[in-house]
Design a protein around this ligand. Structure first.
Ligand code: GLN
Length: 183
């Protein structure tokens, strides 16, 4: 997990429960030893600012474009995007899509829903907390789930992102999808 800010511990618990070995990335050296990356939820502006400060932006871009299986959740989804509507913050641009921050409602409007995901037998209990709305995706981005007509789980090759918080549920299917991408 990128461990600059956000709910790193919840992801660590989920990674361990889905058969992975969690480790924390704070420096470019930490990045060298991992097989998959999770960018947690939190505040994307803070994560971007700290990643810039720690010299992680370019190393992250190059490891991700070299094929590192990556999952960004909520703020992590924003950090992976190529553009934030009306925003100016460091982004990795690993997914060619435009997102709008806090657009599914503010903190006190957080909500949960049963989400149908392409190819999954039963719904995923998705928790949304000041979630980003995806306004536009490039044609090569696969939309695996939508809520209110907006993509909330997307994937392009080895890079996945979701607007909700799979680490806050007891359902490890999103995390297992990432672990399955490790060759
Ligand atoms: N609103 C946050 C942001 O813009 C994301 C919220 C979250 O990760 N729960 O970065």
């Amino acid at each position: 997990m990128l461990a600059l800010q956000g709910d790193v511990r919840e992801h660590a618990r989920m990674v361990a429960a889905s058969g992975g070995i969690p480790s924390e990335v704070r420096t470019p050296t930490d990045l060298e030893g991992i097989d998959a990356l999770i960018i947690p939820g939190g505040e994307s502006t803070t994560i971007g600012r700290l990643a810039t400060l720690y010299g992680l932006v370019d190393p992250l871009r190059s490891r991700i474009s070299d094929g590192l299986p990556t999952l960004g959740t909520c703020a992590g989804m924003i950090f992976l995007a190529s553009e934030v509507t009306g925003g100016d913050q460091p982004l990795l641009g690993a997914l060619d899509m435009v997102v709008e921050r806090n657009a599914f409602g503010r903190q006190n409007e957080s909500f949960e829903c049963d989400l149908a995901v392409d190819g999954w037998e039963y719904a995923f209990p998705a928790v949304f907390i000041r979630a980003p709305v995806v306004d536009r995706t490039a044609p090569d981005i696969e939309v695996l789930a939508s809520h209110n007509g907006r993509p909330v789980l997307v994937r392009k090759d080895h890079v996945m992102a979701c607007a909700f918080h799979p680490e806050l549920t007891g359902d490890d299917r999103v995390h297992r999808m990432l672990i399955d991408l490790v060759g």
